[in-house]
Design a protein around this ligand. Structure first.
Ligand SMILES: Nc1ncnc2c1ncn2[C@@H]1O[C@H](COP(=O)(O)OP(=O)(O)OP(=O)(O)O)[C@@H](O)[C@H]1O
Length: 677
């Protein structure tokens, strides 16, 4: 159920007018809100006179009132409903009953005696009391007053001075409206009462045998109450209606002595409309699909009150005399049916758009004045807060672009007021992205400046020479012998070709030993007095034929295997670095091609940000690989050194073996070697 929605039953009260000869058949239980009526009935008796017996009819209501105290009537029947209307519910209070039974007395009261004022003036008092005591609610009241006379609806507040034609009923979205109805704004209780009395003067009364001032029409007095329900800037407003309906009295025309033409016509029209009202209530009670609201003007007007968005109270007025017992029973039967009807009332909210607009306009003026004062105090007298012209917008965009591209070396975005910011579509995230991008560029610039500075300082010997970063444009050289490095290896760093070393002996070739040879220069002076061929053969003999030589050769081979793996790994890293470098250059080119981005071009900015992100990730991969390459390089060099050390050890061992053996044998080296071979 939506907030404020209320499923309500129509409340029904019985008010008996005072009488000097009340019927003995009527029994009231005010506590239980019940009325019992003893009805004398006659039953046919076969062969004899009809037998009479007493039947009892019991009516259960919401209250039974016999007092003449108007305050009690208002408090028990109307007060709560008026409060509900002040909260935003639509409400209707209706009086129904026989001619002269006290409907107008209940509704209007005796206006000559203050204590006898009826529901209308008391409700008025309560409404305007609320208006005065709660100025923050900004209550606005309007009033309309219509009568339904002989099936015509007449505006009792029309001020045109000529008899008004019947008002036309309009129905839109199930809601009934009267076209051209006068809704008078009312400021206070006195004004409302004055208007009410003016309307009363236009109302149709006749001198009736049961009532000197008998209302010959149904009257609907409506208060439209608009009030704010909060103190926020954007407020909800409730617009509720309070309908105070004084129905014309029903009568048994034959019973009354008034058979004069117009009175008879009036009585028949009243009875007809009340019959339609009863039929409508009956249909509503049965829950029929079709409810004949449109049968009469009265039922059309009461549509919402009987079965729609409204809280409704019915006060049935009755004569207590025996003579009118049938009419009283008829009124109570109607009351009983109405009591079973249900309505769905909601708090009627509407957005006070006109009021909000007015408030905003006022607020804007005040804020502008405040801004102008602040600008004047701070010396900014030429700032305009008006809507930006197209020219001003373009100028502002250019200024911002200049700031972002740093063309004019501005140290802040040149906007003067929020309107400029909003009209340039500079949203926070856009600025944040720009700043992020600038930070990125700044970081790169910082690294470059630092490197340059370190180089200069190193040149002057103020700091140790910095380790060269990989030159990005030249790529990474392939590993080759001792000469691999980041970048293209310098020519003098290439290893000597095997041809420049000592000749590989046929024996070495045979044994598959390709790496370890020696040069003439390697031979210690005075040791080798034989030809190189002989020495090579002797060397192979040592490596392959002696335990010491074999062990050392095995170590060298294992180290050479390790070296090979590390070099292959280093080569892979080099390939990764070169690939990254290529991509970096590609992305940089793309960024450059996109040129300067307009601050409000979010799509382009997105693309640029994504390219920058890609660039950052490539650079990160590049530097990671480069660091890894440095580590591998150290490893490779270490293993290379081990290989070199192993070879040197092998040579030394060979020299020792060869020399000792030659001496031991006491032979000429040539002879010895010949014998060995
Ligand atoms: N409860 C009451 N206490 C005192 N006087 C009453 C009461 N009810 C009605 N009267 C008096 O009876 C007379 C007729 O009452 P009223 O005009 O209210 O009847 P009515 O139901 O409106 O009649 P009609 O249908 O003809 O308009 C009035 O003079 C009124 O002052």
């Amino acid at each position: 159920m939506p907030h404020g929605e209320c499923q309500c039953r129509i409340k029904v009260h019985l008010r008996m007018r005072p009488s000097s000869k009340p019927s003995a058949a009527l029994h009231f239980d005010e506590t239980k809100a019940m009325v019992r009526i003893d009805v004398q009935k006659k039953q046919s008796n076969v062969g004899g006179p009809p037998r009479s017996y007493t039947d009892q009819i019991v009516f259960s209501l919401d209250s039974v009132i016999q007092t003449t105290n108007q305050e009690t009537v208002f408090d028990s029947c109307a007060k709560q409903l008026v409060e509900d209307v002040l909260q935003g519910y639509h409400g209707t209070i209706m009086t129904y009953g026989q001619v002269g039974s006290g409907k107008t007395f209940t509704m209007t009261g005796d206006m000559k005696v203050y204590a006898h004022r009826g529901i209308v003036p008391r409700a008025m008092h309560r409404i305007f009391q609320e208006k005065e005591t709660k100025p923050e609610a900004g209550i606005r009241v309007q009033m309309s007053y219509v009568e339904v006379y002989n099936e015509g609806i007449y505006d009792l507040l029309q001020t045109r001075g000529e008899p008004a034609g019947s008002l036309m009923i309009l129905e839109e979205n199930g809601l009934v409206e009267l076209r051209g109805l006068t809704k008078m704004p009312v400021e206070n209780e006195a004004e409302a009462l004055k208007l009410y009395f003016e309307g009363e003067k236009l109302r149709s009364y006749s001198d009736h045998s049961l009532n000197q001032m008998s209302s010959r029409s149904h009257c609907v007095l409506t208060f439209y109450i608009e009030r704010r329900t909060g103190i926020r800037t954007l407020q909800d407003v409730t617009v509720a209606k309070l309908n105070l309906v004084d129905l014309a009295g029903n009568e048994r025309v034959k019973k009354t002595s008034d058979y004069r033409g117009h009175l008879r016509r009036e009585a028949m029209a009243i009875n007809k409309s009340l019959t339609f009202l009863e039929q409508t209530v009956y249909a509503l009670r049965l829950g029929q699909g079709y409810i004949p609201f449109r049968q009469s003007r009265l039922t059309t007007l009461l549509k919402e009150s009987l079965g729609g968005n409204c809280k409704t109270v019915l006060i049935v007025c009755a004569w207590p005399e025996d003579y009118f017992l049938d009419e009283t029973i008829g009124s109570l039967r109607f009351a009983q049916r109405v009591k079973l009807l249900r309505t769905t009332a909601i708090i009627n909210k509407k957005l006070d758009s006109a009021g909000t607009e007015r408030r905003y306009a006022k607020e804007i003026i005040e804020l502008r004045q405040e801004l102008a004062l602040k600008d004047a105090l701070s010396g900014h007298t030429r700032i305009s807060y008006d809507e930006l012209t197209e020219e001003a917008k373009t100028e502002l965009r250019n200024k911002i672009e200049a700031f972002i591209t740093d063309e004019k070396e501005l140290d802040q975005i040149p906007v003067e007021n929020f309107r400029q910011v909003s009209h340039s579509s500079i949203k926070y995230h856009v600025v944040a992205k720009q700043v992020k991008e600038l930070l990125c560029l700044f970081k790169e610039a910082h690294v470059s400046i630092r490197t340059q500075l370190e180089k200069v300082l190193a040149e002057y010997g103020l700091i140790p020479p910095p380790e060269e970063p990989p030159p990005e444009d030249s790529g990474v050289g392939e590993l080759e012998g001792h000469g691999f490095h980041v970048g293209i290896a310098p020519l003098d760093a290439r290893p000597e070709s095997p041809a420049s070393l000592g000749q590989m002996s046929p024996g070495a070739k045979r044994c598959g030993v390709t790496m370890l040879t020696y040069k003439e220069n390697d031979v210690p002076e005075g040791v080798w007095e034989c030809s190189s061929d002989i020495r090579n053969d002797a060397f192979l003999e040592f490596k392959n034929g002696t335990e010491e030589g074999q062990q050392q050769e095995a170590i060298i081979k294992s180290k050479e295997g390790e070296l090979q793996i590390k070099r292959r790994y280093a080569r892979d890293i080099c390939a990764t670095i070169n690939e990254a470098k290529k991509e970096i250059q590609g992305v940089k080119k793309l960024i450059k091609e996109r040129g300067i981005i307009k601050p409000d071009d979010c799509a382009e900015l997105e693309k640029r940000t994504s390219l920058l992100t890609r660039l950052r990730s490539l650079k990160s991969a590049y530097h990671k690989a480069y660091n890894e390459l440095k580590t591998v390089k150290v490893d490779v060099e270490a293993v290379q050194q081990e290989v070199r050390d192993g070879k040197e050890m092998l040579l030394e061992s060979f020299y020792g073996w060869f020399h000792t053996l030659a001496k031991y044998r006491g032979q000429e080296t040539e002879d010895f070697l010949a014998s060995v071979a």
